[in-house]
Design a protein around this ligand. Structure first.
Ligand code: ADP
Ligand code: MG
Length: 634
């Protein structure tokens, strides 16, 4: 029998390799930008059309190639960056596999123009699906330009698999950001569909970060510097008070290459231990330089993970130096996360003259008179924190009242516990009238307490068949979520006008997201004044949020949208409503007054879908009397 194994033709092999190297337009952006950096360019332009689906072009003023190299660079395993296996351990370049151009050329229409500095003329090559279409001599500036059009033109399945322009564009920004942050001395410009998105002149590291993420970033940064034999650390971390709800700007660069490292991330988080609000995330931009022979960047095909020889020592050094920086800049000890944000002085009051306080005395005050329960609760989302002590007594009185009724009647000492009658009205906290509906509005004014908060987490309330246990956070999320959705879809949400508009600063990409969401946000009750390139001015906010919550809500929203804005306006509204409900809902650990508890319970059961939170988690469970009976029967 004749042999059946054959070598694959090059263009097929290249197409297969492309599957690994090129997942989406952003992969092309990454490869071309890295090649330009490796070619020692000082000026790199990135031009994108339709989120890279129609065009990705990178123009650099780097070394350029001679005519032979211009042809060779499209061959697989053609690289100028390593010669032998040992070179892998002393890498100073981004690329080394010699695969990128061959792969991209196999699945796109590509045009290259390149010229060496010392030569008069350059080379112009067109290659489509690995086939050379033309090669000319051309008058060109020094450097190289690669234009990649119609990505995946010959692999329709891959092309169909691409996400919306918004999502693909976000991926491109991510890649651009990683390269631009790693090389602040290079001038980067970025155009999308003809508009100028970023212009980053050569600058210091700090300036590059600020140029990228917006003017307000500067004041958030604390420098980190450390030089040891094993590694050099430079960069910045954010002051803890600027920590975000979501993992946004967290970057490690090792030898100028962006990497992901859950282990080193952990070291950073360990440095912040005790000074971050639960679940909040600091921003960091950390540049580690290590001897090339102590790392192995080979373990991941797209090269964002690397292996270090002495990981645990790096962990310790990184943690210690960040801790030191945070301490040195005096940010650690002054923090008080327990403070109530509502009490913060709004900035427009800060410069006002102090006023001499006047004293008012209530001459009728009688400390022994019975105190009226406060009616502090407003129907808005701002559940005010009340010190437990304030209502502790009243809470206890009611409980005593109920339990004494039970114990008085049922001879608690009797050994015959099985006869415990849960049917009797005294034990059940409820009265007969309540039983017609789950919660009867007219009963709100009744003096007997019908809800109890336990562990500042659950609200327990008796119902006819037994009791209901409500998760306060999830229940409130559901209530707010439905409120926001109604506001947005009915489209005449009321807003509260602010006396002093709020200015909030954002990075360019965040500003874009906000612009895209603007209409939906307006529908919730936000009022925006004319927008500026780096900040928004808010003059009105939805009625159910407070001024101090605005920044948090938008921050959370931007975090939630990091992976792209949903396509249609329905899911856009849904995402916004979910995100705002998540930020504003009363949290586990918040004390709720009796009135607040009742309002929450009533609010929940007035919802269209009270059973689950907007994130499909159960909001309450019920326990029937029979279930309790069974437990006592054991
Ligand atoms: P690698 O970067 O892994 O070497 P690539 O396929 O990306 O592989 O590139 C192949 C070769 O083409 C590079 O090694 C380099 O010599 C050359 N090259 C690619 N892009 C450029 C550029 N922008 N300027 C100069 N030379 C380039
Ligand atoms: Mg390369």
């Amino acid at each position: 029998m004749s042999s059946i194994i054959q070598l694959l033709p090059d263009h097929v092999a290249n197409q297969i390799a492309a599957g690994e190297v090129v997942q989406r337009p952003a992969s092309v952006v990454k490869e071309l930008l890295e090649n330009a950096v490796d070619a020692k360019a000082t000026d790199i332009k990135l031009i994108i059309k339709d989120a890279g689906k129609s065009l990705v072009q990178v123009i650099d003023n780097g070394s350029g190639m001679n005519v032979t190299d211009a042809r060779l660079c499209f061959e697989r395993h053609a690289t100028s960056k390593i010669r032998q296996a040992e070179d892998l351990f002393s890498l100073n370049t981004k690329g080394f596999r010699g695969e990128a151009l061959a792969s991209i050329a196999a699945i796109a229409h590509m045009e290259m123009k390149t010229k060496l500095e010392q030569e008069e003329l350059g080379t112009h090559i067109v290659i489509e699906g690995s086939k050379f279409m033309s090669q000319d001599v051309a008058v060109l500036p020094k450097g190289t330009s690669f234009a990649v059009k119609n990505l995946f033109f010959n692999i329709p399945a891959r092309r169909n698999f691409l996400k919306s322009d918004t999502v693909e564009y976000r991926h491109i920004i991510d890649e651009f950001q990683r390269v631009a942050l790693a090389h602040p001395k290079i001038h980067f410009t970025f155009y999308h569909n003809g508009s100028d998105m970023y212009n980053l002149p050569p600058s210091s590291l700090r300036q590059r970060i600020v140029n990228f993420f917006g003017g307000k970033t500067n004041e958030k940064l604390v420098p980190v510097v450390e030089d040891t034999e094993m590694m050099n650390i430079q960069g910045f971390v954010s002051k803890p008070e600027f920590a975000k709800k979501s993992r946004g700007e967290q970057f490690f660069f090792v030898n100028d290459r962006f990497i992901k490292s859950p282990y080193l991330h952990h070291a950073v988080m360990a440095a912040y231990e005790g000074i971050l609000k639960d679940g909040s995330q600091p921003s960091y931009y950390l540049y580690l330089t290590v001897p090339p022979n102590t790392i192995d960047i080979n373990i991941h095909p797209t090269k964002t993970e690397i292996k270090f020889d002495n990981e645990s020592a790096m962990y310790a050094i990184l943690r210690a130096s960040i801790k030191h920086s945070l301490g040195q800049f005096n940010v650690a000890p002054v923090l008080d996360f327990e403070r109530d944000a509502n009490l913060d002085t709004p900035y427009h009051y800060k410069n006002l003259e102090g006023e001499v306080p006047t004293i008012q005395i209530d001459t009728n005050f009688n400390p022994f008179a019975e105190e009226k329960p406060s009616k502090s609760y407003s129907s808005s989302s701002s559940y005010k924190r009340v010190e437990p002590a304030a209502t502790w007594e009243s809470l206890y009185v009611d409980v005593k009242h109920d339990t004494s009724a039970v114990f008085g009647r049922n001879e608690f000492a009797s050994s015959n516990n099985n006869d415990f009658s849960f049917e009797n009205n005294e034990f059940a906290f409820e009265n007969e009238e309540v039983t017609s509906s789950l919660f009867n509005d007219e009963e709100v004014e009744q003096t007997v307490q019908r809800t109890y908060q336990i562990h500042k987490k659950y609200i327990v309330s008796p119902i006819k068949s037994g009791m209901v246990i409500i998760d306060q956070n999830r229940a409130h999320q559901r209530v707010l979520y439905e409120q926001f959705l109604v506001n947005m879809t009915v489209q005449h949400a009321s807003s509260q006008q602010l006396l002093f508009p709020i200015n909030l600063f954002y990075s360019t990409s965040e500003m874009e997201l906000i612009a895209e969401l603007q209409q939906s946000l307006v529908n919730t009750g936000f009022v925006f004044e004319d927008s500026n390139p780096d900040h928004i001015v808010i003059s009105g906010i939805p009625v159910n949020i407070t001024e101090s919550e605005v920044a948090v809500v938008l921050d959370q929203l931007l975090g939630d949208l990091h992976n792209g804005i949903p396509e249609n306006s329905f899911s856009q509204n849904d995402t916004i409503a979910k995100s705002m409900a998540k930020s504003l809902a009363v949290k586990t650990g918040a004390y709720l007054t009796e009135k607040e508890q009742e309002n929450l319970v009533n609010g929940l059961f007035a919802c269209k879908d009270p059973n689950v939170s907007p994130f499909q988690k159960p909001t309450f469970i019920t326990m029937r009397v029979e279930d309790l009976d069974k437990k006592f029967a054991l």
